[in-house]
Every structure is written in C-alpha cells, then in structure tokens.
Design a protein around this ligand. Sequence first.
Ligand SMILES: [Zn+2]
Ligand SMILES: [Zn+2]
Length: 392
Amino acid sequence: MWQECKDLQEYIVNIRRALHQIPELGTNLPETQAVICAELDKLGIEYRKNQGDSGITGSIKGEKPGKTILLRADIDALPITEQTGIPFTSKHEGCMHACGHDAHAAMLLGALRVLNSHKAELPGNVRFVFQTGEEISKGAKIAIKEGVLDGVDAVFGTHIGSLLDPAIPSGTFIVVPGCCMASFDRFILKIRGTGCHGSTPEKGVDPITIASHIVISLQEVIAREIAAPSPAVMTVGRITGGFAYNVIPNEVELEGTIRAFDEDVRQHMAKRIGEISSSVAATFRGSCDYEMDWGAPPVINDAAMAKLAGDAAKRVLGEEHVQTSRPAPNMAGEDFAYYLAEKPGAFMFLSSSDPAKKTDVPHHNPKFNVDEDVFCKGSAVFVAIVEDFLGC
Ligand SMILES: [Zn+2]
Ligand SMILES: [Zn+2]
C-alpha cells in the first residue's frame, strides 16, 4: 500500500493547504471540521461529530473480525500571526497552523483513503479521531469522554516537524520505547501583602520582594532536590504586580510551568511549589494562594507497540530513515499522553526539517512551516502499522 500512499501525495498536500488557510483555536473548529467531514463524505467513510467540541470520530470496519486500532490526528491551531509568506498563508487574522496539525489531519485522511479502499481485506477495525484542543491540553480528554477509546486495543499518533531536533533530516521517522515527552502543568501563585507608600515600606508588607524571593527559592527544587539524571524544568513565565514607581501594591501574581518525565518528580515539584511559596510569603509577613492547573502526564510509549511501529516504518521507509533509539530528552508536552495512560500504543515523530526549504524553524514560531514532501510517508506509516497490528 506504500505506492498507493505515494500516489496520494498531491491529494494530501491539497488538503493540508486548504486547512492551513483556515486555522482555528481551541475546541471550537467549525470550518476545519467542515473540510474534514466533506472529505470523509466523499470517501464514504462513516463518522460521528462529537457533542462537546468539533472533534470527529469514525471507523472503517473491516469485513473480517479482529482487533480495533485507533489512529489520531490533532487539528487545532495557535494564536499567532503567520509570517511565512507562503501562497496559501492563513486567512484568519492572528491565527496560524504553527505546529503542523494541518498536516496531521491531511496525512490521516490520506491513510484512511487507502485503508478504506482495502476494507474487504481488513481483519478488524480502524477507528480514527480528528482531535481538537491539543495546544490547550483539552481535546484528548473530551474525545475520551465521548468514548473514542471504548473497545480500542491500541492507539497511535504522529507529530510532524522539528520538535525533537531540527538536525534530524526531513523524512526520518522516530519512535522510541518508554517516555518520549514530558508532563506539562501550570501553576498560579497569588502573593498577598499590604499596600502602602513606597517611601514607608515598614507600614505595609511588600508582595514584590516576597515574589522575588519565591522565584529564586523555587529554583532550589531543581538544583538541590531532584536527582541530576532526572530531567525537570520549572519556569516562571509571568509575573504581574504593581502600578506605580512609588507604590507598594497589595498583590502580585506569578504563573509558571513544570515539566518532568517521571510522575514522582512531577508530584514532588508541584508539592514543593505550594510549600515554598506559602512559607516564604509567611517568613516576610505575607501570604500566598497556590493553584495547580494539571495538564497532561508524560507521554509513555508501550515498548511492544513502539517496536511494532518502528518495524512497520522500516518496512516502508527503509531502515536508514527510521530512528528507534532515544533522542535527546524533549521537555515539550502532548495531550496524546491521556490515550497512552489508558491504552497501549505509541506516539511518533516525523521530521520535516530541511534548512534549504526553510522548514527547520521552531514550532510555534510565526515562520514555522513543514516539508510537504514527507506527507505520503506519514500516511504510509499509519497504513503499515494498521497492517502489522491487525495482521493483514
Ligand atoms: Zn504545538
Ligand atoms: Zn503540536
């Protein structure tokens, strides 16, 4: 079926370009949903629109009994103004497919088109999900709530781009056993003091100096409490407070993120943020409210499913274009983790990084773009995984 995917290269590119021009944010993606549903209608593939968002779930039911495999593509975009200058640039002001999810949807449609034409030979079912809200870590949870994992035996998804390392040549497929992406959580701290005139700080309690102590103290968790071989990141990304040069405000707000590969490390960081921020605030006569906005857990591939995916990729792309050993740790997160927390499966990467094509720009950058020449490979690997998993 590799040749059939190659023959669909232009079809996949056209869908990607159509989606690229209409990026939408979050979980409400009506135009994106309409494009994908129109394609599924043309192909005669059964699907259902989610109740809770613009996600789409469906199945290609093989004519022989067997297992059920789930293929996932995320379809949401980012609040970024595109600066690529490509002819099919975003028509939605301030909105851009800057993570390649347009390509994910197109590659999945390519794979479904091929699989659907071989329905009669399929021993089992291919379920699929076009998932919203990955960038806000909401869509996978909605899809699971809508029942996408019911009766599923394994789940697979691919991320295109330069996520792992822009030096990995375009067209390389990467799938590793175990943890491949970090957990990502958000924390919010509200530091309360007592406002007063800047000339008489002794009459109040200064939340700005307290916030400064907290920011520095939090880094001690990484430096002194987490074993060096265990990757962990703690970043304060926003600090808001004060309104005039000579006024001590009542309140300062901090917001940040933690990333980890290991659940114990993740829990330790979250617990220590609460303890350190409230005790530092108390030391200096203030107080601190702490809130944890839990995101997705680490992305942990099942060893057997990662091997199956790697072998399938090697079969279609050739050994030299597939990497199955551990790449450098990647502290980005993915809500695909929610599927893998419930079912065996693997999350994979398809490099589309090529400096000559200017596709080595980092994700979420206004100049981000993907190498379209690799699209048929993304579809073909999905098809090959289905063949191997169902035992065609
Ligand atoms: Zn992204
Ligand atoms: Zn992404």
